[in-house]
Write a protein that binds this ligand. Structure first.
Ligand code: SF4
Length: 80
């Protein structure tokens, strides 16, 4: 049996992944943009937007750093 939390449900290592930003939680600190400028950009209202989705394998580490650095936990992997 598989479910969303089982190892079988996780994407294979190195596979592209989708990331999301909770715009209601975002306070525009820009840490995500600093960590992964290829993937996040602040809009005119200082809300972070995902500009590259899915995230290609070579940028997964940068995005994982953005997930960890966001003080509002607004950056999340879509598959978690
Ligand atoms: S680090 Fe978090 S709060 Fe700051 S801009 Fe990015 S998503 Fe918004």
């Amino acid at each position: 049996m598989t479910d969303a939390l089982s190892p079988e449900a996780a994407p294979p290592a190195g596979a592209p992944r989708s990331v999301t930003v909770d715009e209601l939680a975002c306070e525009g600190h820009g840490r995500c943009e600093n960590a992964a400028p290829e993937v996040f950009a602040l809009d005119e209202d200082d809300i972070s937007r995902v500009i590259l989705d899915p995230v290609p394998p070579h940028l997964l580490g940068k995005v994982e750093r953005a997930v960890r650095l966001c003080p509002r936990q607004a950056v999340r992997w879509a598959d978690e």
